[in-house]
Design a binder for this molecule. Structure first.
Ligand code: BGP
Length: 475
């Protein structure tokens, strides 16, 4: 009973959210480098701006982030003090190919990640590496329109193969595109840009563009899996999707139909293609009914089938609800009155993690890897240790549900990586003050602070969780 002894306890970050060093070591501009910090009073609705290049008068939080680029030895040591078995981060594409279409890789960038992975391995900490985590080269977005352009498939595969070859004896766990399904809602322009480097043009059929773009990314991911297994047959290469389960608001039959349609559109489609290796009939019929014509080149379908992933990685933060709207004849968002929400409006639903593990295990019968889970909180800068009992309560509840899925529901879970084990820049709002960490970093939304690192109460709590392999969750 309980967690397997080789369970991968750790934490997760992304290069653009903590490294800084935005122009160090030959690094090129990524899409993250032209996104400002969100401004405004309402945490749940304020938005970041995407500027045309780096412009004066704006705050770009990812430029310095928390300066992990220079401080990673100190930070990895703190992760080791908590007893991490693994540490997830991404390789910034623009450290390796500054413009994305460069003929040769940038040695200084390759060396940085050699040094970083060596530091992790010094503490027996497995690197878990995301290849594309909202860090597309800006040049690819500007010159090619991001993944609209089929040529970007080969640029991604070249980047992936370069990393696989360079780190084949240091990194075993890989994943291709972070939260590839974020872009499913074409009304949210921000995610098209961060996922795929796409900026929708006035009047264009956004769904036609979306499904062509994700077809290119599916092919790129599958090609990377195929090449990766040739380079090192021991590689475990996963896909990564944001799992925000959607419940029907009531047991009204049409609410249930709405729920399955929303889950297909926003989640299952993306995991299905990566895990099952073909386009599901519900999507082919949807394309036919909507007049969407995805250009599929000879060999693509065979590639998708041959490039199925080894595991399914997902982030879990929140759940949603839907209902069938009799007027529009479509699903519409509903409120779940059975859960609380965070300051940023994210529903807090630990049982939703158990639900997610059950439905994913049943659908894919693949090992599941929770590579993000956490809660952003406002925490004031203090001279003493921050007493983040709210975060401890959040994690204890989610770990308890994960344990139930393993002990009672027969789910195979590879590991659990709380998001942002150290305070880092939020992806959605660019804020430092949406804090996720077991470690406090002295920096605020304006960029002021000493960057000093200090453990919070949860640092010592999570250390004990890992030491007891998830048995002791007491505060
Ligand atoms: C996910 C991303 C992470 C991280 C996390 C927390 O969407 O994969 O990069 O940012 O969300 O969200 P945020 O940082 O917006 O609070």
């Amino acid at each position: 009973m309980g967690f397997p002894k080789e369970f991968l306890w750790g934490g997760a970050v992304a290069a653009h959210q903590l490294e800084g060093g935005w122009q160090e070591g030959g690094k090129g501009l990524s899409v993250a480098d032209v996104m400002t910090v969100a401004e405004g009073d309402n945490d749940a609705t304020k938005q970041r701006k995407i500027t045309d290049g780096v412009l004066p008068g704006h705050t770009y939080p990812n430029h310095e982030a928390i300066d992990f680029y220079h401080r990673y030895k100190e930070d990895i040591k703190m992760m080791a003090e908590m007893g991490f078995k693994c540490f997830r981060t991404s390789i910034a594409w623009t450290r390796i190919f500054p413009n994305g279409d460069d003929a040769e890789p940038n040695e200084a960038g390759l060396k940085f990640y050699d040094d970083l992975f060596d530091e992790m391995l010094k503490y027996d900490m497995e690197p878990v590496v995301t290849l594309c985590h909202f860090e597309l080269p800006l040049n690819i977005a500007k010159k090619y329109g991001g993944f609209r352009d089929r040529r970007v498939v080969d640029m991604f595969v070249k980047f992936a193969v370069t990393c696989f070859k360079r780190y084949k004896n240091k990194v075993k766990y890989w994943m291709t595109f972070n939260e590839i399904n974020n872009q499913a809602d074409v009304n949210v322009e921000f995610t098209a840009f961060t996922n795929s480097g796409v900026q929708y043009q006035p009047g264009e059929n956004r769904y036609q563009t979306l499904y062509q773009v994700v077809h290119h990314e599916f092919v790129a991911s599958a090609k990377a899996v195929i090449e990766g297994h040739k380079i090192n047959p021991d590689f475990q290469i996963g896909c990564m999707v944001a799992m925000n389960p959607i419940y029907p608001e009531t047991c009204k039959p049409m609410d249930q139909i709405a729920q399955i349609k929303e889950m297909e559109r926003n989640f299952y489609f993306y995991a299905d293609v990566h895990c099952r290796g073909h386009y599901p009939s519900y999507m082919l019929k949807h394309w036919e009914n909507e007049g969407i014509e995805v250009k599929i080149e000879d060999g693509d379908l065979e590639t998708l089938n041959n490039g199925k992933v080894d595991y399914l990685a997902f982030s879990y933060y929140k759940s949603y609800a839907t209902k069938y709207d009799e007027k529009t004849k479509k699903p519409t968002e509903a409120k779940n009155n059975f859960v609380q929400v965070s300051d940023w409006g994210w529903p807090i639903d630990p049982i939703g993690l158990r639900y997610s593990l059950n439905v994913l295990s049943e659908r894919y019968e693949l090992p599941l890897f929770i590579v993000e889970n956490g809660i952003g909180l406002h925490e004031a800068r203090t001279a003493n240790q921050i007493q983040d009992d709210g975060r401890i309560k959040f994690f204890a509840a989610h770990i308890a549900q994960m344990k139930k899925a393993i002990d009672e529901d027969g789910v195979t879970v590879m590991g659990y990586l709380p998001w942002g084990p150290i305070d880092i820049v939020s992806a959605g709002t660019g804020e430092m003050e949406k804090r996720y960490g077991f470690i406090y970093v002295d920096k605020d939304n304006k960029g002021d602070g000493t960057l000093d690192r200090r453990p919070k109460k949860s640092f010592f709590w999570y250390k004990k969780v890992i030491q007891t392999n998830g048995e002791d969750l007491s505060v």
